[in-house]
Design a protein. Structure first.
Length: 267
């Protein structure tokens, strides 16, 4: 029987690329979207799900189990970007980002775990970010939410070991997707003390996404993880320097690493 995969955020970007790739490989893929009716050309089934609405999560998981009798793989891909000086980002927007990037994935995990325990098998892949390994200027909330998901995965893995349920993180670098269009951007106010450095950094971030790697790189990496008997705790996917930046953070003194980041962002 084909393995059944649930991918949150499957209508565009990395989620769409992974869904199409796994469908071609013979998996039965269910993706999710806030508005699946907008994507009639999807090459796999899209169901309505909002990661910060537990009612939609429960309904989607129940629908898949009723149809397929199982869920083999969950790919927690849905996420949201957020930029701005931490001082100027409204608290409500910070909380909303954590609801999407941290609490949302946890709620989806909690919804699939009972079925995976019955099966005595399952794989959960949390799509995080290389940005979650470091506090980036004007992306601090995003870094924090993705970093939190990285850490919670480490704890979850140990708690789930007795049930033969595997969990791992896959952290992408910059990929050519539409994430920049969907970000919350703190307003670039003319009277803000951060106007120039934030404006310059925002422009640089958008350049990185526009010139990012092909999302197919993530598809191939996730396919490889699925076919790994005992997945590692962490995987990083992206250009060499993006992955190497994590190594540098581990080996360099904090202030030297901070200086490298500031030079990179021209601060």
């Amino acid at each position: 029987m084909s393995k059944v995969v649930l991918i949150t955020g499957g209508s565009s970007g990395i989620g769409k690329s992974v869904g199409e790739f796994l469908t071609q490989k013979g998996f039965k893929v269910y993706g999710t979207s806030r508005s699946p009716e907008k994507y009639n050309d999807s090459k796999f089934t899209l169901l309505q799900l909002v990661v910060n609405d537990t009612t939609t999560i429960t309904k989607t998981v129940e629908t898949i189990i009723a149809t397929e009798g199982k869920i083999d793989i969950l790919i927690n891909n849905a996420g949201a970007g957020i930029t701005g000086p931490i001082e100027e980002i409204p608290e409500a927007e910070m909380k909303a980002n954590f609801d999407t990037n941290f609490f949302g994935p946890i709620n989806v995990i909690k919804a699939v775990l009972p079925q995976m325990r019955v099966q005595q098998s399952g794989l959960i892949i949390n799509v995080t970010s290389i940005a979650g390994y470091m506090g980036l200027p004007y992306r601090g909330i995003y870094s924090a939410s993705k970093g939190a998901l990285e850490l919670i995965t480490e704890a979850f893995r140990m708690e789930l070991k007795d049930f033969n349920i595997k969990m791992t993180n896959v952290a992408p670098g910059d990929f050519a997707t539409n994430i920049a269009a969907g970000r919350y951007h703190a307003p670039l106010n003319s009277d803000s003390p951060y106007k120039k450095p934030y404006g310059d950094t925002l422009e640089l971030m958008n350049e990185h996404v526009d010139g990012g790697s092909n999302p197919n790189m993530m598809s191939e990496a996730i396919f490889k993880v699925i076919n790994t008997k005992n997945p590692k705790v962490h995987y990083k996917v992206g250009e060499f320097m993006q992955k190497f930046s994590i190594v540098l953070k581990r080996i360099l003194p904090d202030k030297i690493y901070e200086k490298l980041l500031m030079n990179h962002y021209r601060l």
